[in-house]
Design a protein around this ligand. Sequence first.
Ligand code: PLP
Length: 389
Amino acid sequence: MKLNANYDNIQNSYLFVEIANRVKKFTAQNPSADIIKLGIGDVTRPLAPCVVEAGVKAVEEMGRAETFRGYSPDSQGYDFLRDAISRYYAAFNVKVAPHEIHVSDGAKSDCGNIVDMFGDDNVVLIPDPVYPVYLDSNVMSGRKVIFCDSTEGDDFAPLPDKNVKCDIIYLCSPNNPTGAAFSYEKLKAWVDYANANGAVIIFDAAYEAFVTEPDVPRSIFAVEGARTCAVELCSFSKTAGFTGTRCGYTVVPDELCGGKFAKMWARRQSTKYNGTSYIQQRMAEAAYSEEGIRQCRENIQAYQKNANLISGVLESMGIYHTGGKNSPYIWLKCGMPSWDFFDRLLEKANVVGTPGSGFGKNGEGYFRLTAFNTYEKTAEAMERFKKIF
Ligand code: PLP
């Protein structure tokens, strides 16, 4: 037996471990310090009431012989949820048919599993800085990965370089970690590039619900030409607070590879996955009902209020940053190495964030703050921030 040697090439993800270690050491030396965490990448507000109600009802159905359900008839998802997702897209004028939607237990799984669709000799293009799953899942399968620099020069929303040849492109908008989002025009440039090169775009729309600017597409399928070159990953995690509940979906348009991609993805999922639980799917359906969207929006608006606050303080201090407008992430230029800034912020303001260098080489000198704490704590953290910088 030989183990997969590609795993030796995965970089150690020491970022969050190192953050925890430094915070632990600081707290041991300063036990009375009131630490505020603006590094949280997870939602903190509870599920919407109508989602909870749907979950309770689904559990009760499972407890009665006449409504009990075992394996779902289709591992791609129940019709009631695929229909609800299709209607959700239609509300922002994007046409996605229910059969093009494949329900899963989250965008991270789909992101890791989608690599099964591609031959090993494809070249993968990944922007730097990046959500590490794109890189690690391709390194695990031994693919050649090249990077596209995402920098302040393009406000962390890079354009394709026509001289670079690649087969698989990962794009995330609104972006984690930079919070930057592609305008329609920039995303169209990527769609045109992919179509011209016979490449596929894996578009991660996990933060689409945070989009506020009219020029920023919430789905790549709002862009003309995307149906022949893109797959979209999306999630209920940040839209409806499902990080612990787990539900996501991937949209594969009929036109991609003449329909073969959708068939292969359905085959892959039905071979290796037995479907998302009925209870989760009922909860997800409730999140995308009219009332659910309204209730989930209240949570998103609370995070957006925090993001606006952080962004407003940075603006008033003349600190360059991206994000905040269409995203719960704010990516600021810290004017020193990212880890030095981390230490300074922790020691002087007792505030914890995430060093940008942990997301790739172009993250060095940048720092990520997040909007997932309470408004009061966020306001207090930014007051302290103002005093020390
Ligand atoms: N994609 C991005 C860009 C993310 O930041 C995250 C989670 O933080 C995910 C996907 C994972 O989503 P899920 O919880 O649906 O697995």
